[in-house]
Write a protein of this length. Structure first.
Ligand code: AMP
Ligand code: MG
Length: 427
């Protein structure tokens, strides 16, 4: 747990590397896990299969049938009983019928007989093996000659070999993929229970921010955080509400937070979380809700307020555009997954050789932006995307991974091995 007392210490500036009031990334992530309770399993809706893509399954799926539902042929050829395969030499079999996909042969066959069969067609009664047509000598339309090379069960797909009746095929908490939709439809399932979408509101704060489409006045910059947040949230499959730009005014911040908390599960702001004269997020959250932590020993993204506002979770992200994306990826996205009932695996962490010299001061975990690539011998190499300032959004746009440098690391020479976190598809 976070010691509440640290929240009431004076708030040092963000320029010191060693800040005793900042918690580590691991501690922050753990405290989010401890704090976020998944939606109750009753908070679900039933959707037609196609609409359930990318949604979180709210039930276990237990197979009520076998897939495939019957033994069928894996080849075009001739179905027979393996007892009819000669030990040596050849044997002639009578072709007594056809079994085509969707058109079974219902009569079956006995010793000395076979059935012409196509891929996917039902194996007729009395047969257990399929000989591909390339291994057969046709003797007119009525009979074939085979040799002894076939083996019992060859080229037969057995009933239930993909999914067995009674088997649990997908479990609650799974985010449904294209393969899952196919799997469900192969079981004849046309609707599933999924968790409801999370309702997420976000806004930017800052008197200097102008919305795209409007002319920039002196001293203004365009608001980019609402667009990166929109992009990242859209890919988390949440219901999102863009609350726009809020001025550096505690009253406006208060009103916006109070209103948003009424009808959202998660509220995300950017800017106004550090110690400047116009930074009100901390103060207002402290007044209206509970602060769980407000500073993480990381770069970019140290000032980061996490807390609760009534039943909603609140993330006060820093204003710097790169810090928004880094802190979203490390904290907000895992929280959304957990809140939304998704069962996740830890992200892939790889090791790669850096071709850039990486500089850093001791004290904070750093998320430098890198381009990861693979040499022809398979070795992973990474280079940094130029300037690493937390306002340089191009470094994110060009990157495909974070180079994660631990708090105690300092200068990392080119040629050293570093830890990289490849970007998820939603970044
Ligand atoms: P703040 O955390 O409010 O002090 O902001 C830190 C830096 O990020 C300042 O240079 C801001 O102008 C910039 N910034 C804050 N919000 C945004 C935004 N929505 N879009 C682009 N830059 C921003
Ligand atoms: Mg600001």
């Amino acid at each position: 747990m976070i010691d509440n007392d640290i929240l009431h210490l004076s708030r040092p500036g963000c320029s010191d590397e060693h800040d005793p009031t900042a918690i580590t990334v691991d501690v922050a992530q753990q405290s989010i896990i401890d704090c976020v309770k998944p939606l109750a399993s009753t908070e679900q809706e039933r959707l037609p299969l196609r609409q359930s893509i990318d949604r979180v399954l709210a039930e276990d799926i237990i197979a009520e049938m076998n897939v495939p539902p019957y033994d069928n042929s894996a080849m075009d050829g001739f179905a027979l009983h393996a007892d009819g395969i000669p030990q040596n030499g050849t044997v002639t079999l009578k072709v007594v019928g056809n079994s085509f996909a969707g058109h079974p042969f219902f009569e079956g066959c006995t010793s000395g007989e076979c059935v012409r069969i196509m891929t996917g067609a039902v194996i007729p009664a009395g047969c257990n093996t399929v000989i591909p047509q390339e291994h057969v000598e046709l003797l007119g339309a009525e009979s074939i000659r085979i040799d002894g090379r076939a083996r019992l069960g060859e080229n037969v797909r057995f009933v239930g070999e993909d999914i067995r009746l009674g088997q649990t095929v997908l479990t609650c908490g799974r985010r449904l993929t294209a393969a899952d939709l196919g799997l469900l439809s192969s079981l004849g399932i046309n609707n599933v229970a999924v968790m409801r979408r999370l309702r997420v509101a976000f806004f930017s704060t800052g008197d200097e921010l102008q919305t795209v489409g409007e002319a920039l006045q002196p001293g203004q910059i365009y608001d980019s955080n609402r667009y990166t947040l929109f992009g990242m949230l859209s890919r988390q499959h949440c219901d999102i509400t863009d609350l726009g730009v809020i001025g550096d005014d505690p009253m406006q911040v208060r009103n916006t937070l109070q209103l948003a908390a009424k009808s959202h599960d998660v509220i995300i702001s950017s800017g106004g979380v550090s110690v400047g004269k116009a930074d009100y997020i901390y103060q207002v959250l402290n007044e209206l809700g509970d602060i769980i932590f407000w500073k993480v020993a990381m770069k970019p993204g140290r000032p980061l307020t996490f807390g609760r506002l009534q039943q909603a979770l609140f993330f006060g992200l820093p204003g710097n555009p790169v810090a928004v994306m880094v802190s979203f990826s490390q904290f907000v996205q895992p929280a959304l997954q957990r809140f939304g009932g998704e069962i996740t695996r830890p992200p892939l962490i790889l090791r790669a050789v850096t071709s850039s010299l990486l500089r850093k001061r001791a004290g904070r975990t750093e998320y430098q932006r890198g381009i990861l690539s693979q040499a022809s011998d398979g070795e992973l190499t990474v280079c940094k995307t130029g300037e690493q300032g937390s306002g340089i959004l191009r470094s994110m746009s060009q990157a495909n991974c974070f180079i994660v440098l631990t708090a105690d690391q300092t200068r990392v020479e080119a040629g050293s091995t570093v830890i990289v976190q490849p970007f998820a598809s939603w970044l």
